[in-house]
Design a protein around this ligand. Sequence first.
Ligand code: UD1
Length: 375
Amino acid sequence: MSGRPKILHVVGARPNFMKIAPVMQAVARAGFADQKLVHTGQHYDIAMSDVFFTDLGMPVPDIHLGVGSGSHAEQTAKVLVGFERVCLDERPDLVVVAGDVNSTLACSLDCAKLRIPCAHVEAGLRSFDMEMPEEVNRIVTDRLCEILLTPSPDADENLRQEGTDPARIFRVGNVMIDTLLAHLPKARAAGPQARMGVEPGRYGVLTLHRPSNVDDPKVFGGLVEALGEIQRHLPMVFPVHPRTRRRMEDFGLGPRVAALAGLRLCEPLGYLEFLGLTADAKLVLTDSGGLQEETTALGIPCLTIRENTERPVTVSEGTNTLVGVDPRRIVEEAMRALSGPGKAGRVPALWDGGASERIAEVLRTWKRVRSAPVT
Ligand code: UD1
C-alpha cells in the first residue's frame, strides 16, 4: 500500500484510447496517484483495439471485462455488472471515463451508485439529438459525474443550461489534440499512402459508421451514390468499420462499391496510420465525432455527413462543414471544396497539447464536498 489515491481509468471502444492515454501519462508524470487501466472489451478486434495500445504506448490493461458486442442493453448491462465487481474489489478513490460510448455510461452509473467520484473527460458536448445513442450516454454521464472536464466553452454553457453546479465544471481543453500533436511526426512516417496508391494532398479520406447512416439501406445507398460522383474527381481512401462492412453486405452494396475505381477500401487503420493518412488529405468526409476535431486541428477541410454536431466549435472556428445526408448536397459541397483550398479555420483555444496536464492538475487538487462510503 502506497497510501496514495488509487485511480481507475476506463476504456471501452476505439475513440476512448486516444483520450485516456495522455491522461494516464500526465498523472504518472505528476506522480500523485496509483493508476490502473480497465478495458471493458466493447471493441475487441485487433484493428479496433489492440493496435491502439501499441501505437499510443499504452500499458496492457490491468483488468479486461471482455464484454464484446450486443444490443445496447446487453452491452451496457454487461459492463455495469462487470465494472461494479471491479470497483468493489479495487476500491478506487477516483474513476476516469471518457467520451460517450456505452462503456462510459455504464461505468459512471456504477460509480454514482457506489458513491465513487467519477471524472468525465470530454464532458458537456451535446448534439441535441436524442436519436443518437451517444447523446443519451453524454447526458446521463454528465449528470452522474462529479468532475466534468470540458474541451470548449460551448460545453460549459450546455452544462450550465442543464443546471450543473459550476464548481463541477473544469475547462481543460481537448485532450485528443494532445495525442495528435504528440504523435504527428511519427504518424506522417507511418501513413499508408504508398500502399493505397495515392499521392500526398491528392486524395480524400472517408469514414462512415453511424447507425443513422449505415443501418438504413436508403441512406447508405444515397451515400454510395454521392461517393460514386466524388471519387471520379478525387481518389478516396475508405477504411471500413466492421459495422459498415456488415451492412454493406446485408444491403448488397458490395458490388456497387467495388465498381468504383477511385475508391480504395481497406480494413480499419491503427492510430498512427490513420493520422498519417488524414494529415496529408485534400478533403475528409466523415460521420465520426473525433475526426471533426482532428481535421480542425490539422487544418484539413472536413465535410461531416450528419445533420448536427456535438462539436459546434469545429464549424464556427474550424474547418468543418455539416453537409447532412442528401447525396446532391454532399457532392455539391465536395466539388466546392475541391475547386479551391476548402474551408479554412483556426485551432480553438486550449486545443494546444496541454489538456492532459490540466486534467492531472484538476485530479490532483480536487476535493469532494460531500462523500458517502462505498458499501
Ligand atoms: C461505438 C460507439 C460510437 C463510436 C464507435 C467508434 C456506442 C453506443 N457507440 O460504435 O459512439 O463512435 O464505437 O467505432 O458506444 N464490431 C466488431 N469488432 C469490434 C467492435 C465492433 O466486429 O471490435 C462490430 C460488431 O458487429 C458490432 C458492431 O461492430 O456489433 C458495432 O459495434 P458497437 O461497439 O456496438 O458500436 P460501434 O458502431 O462501434
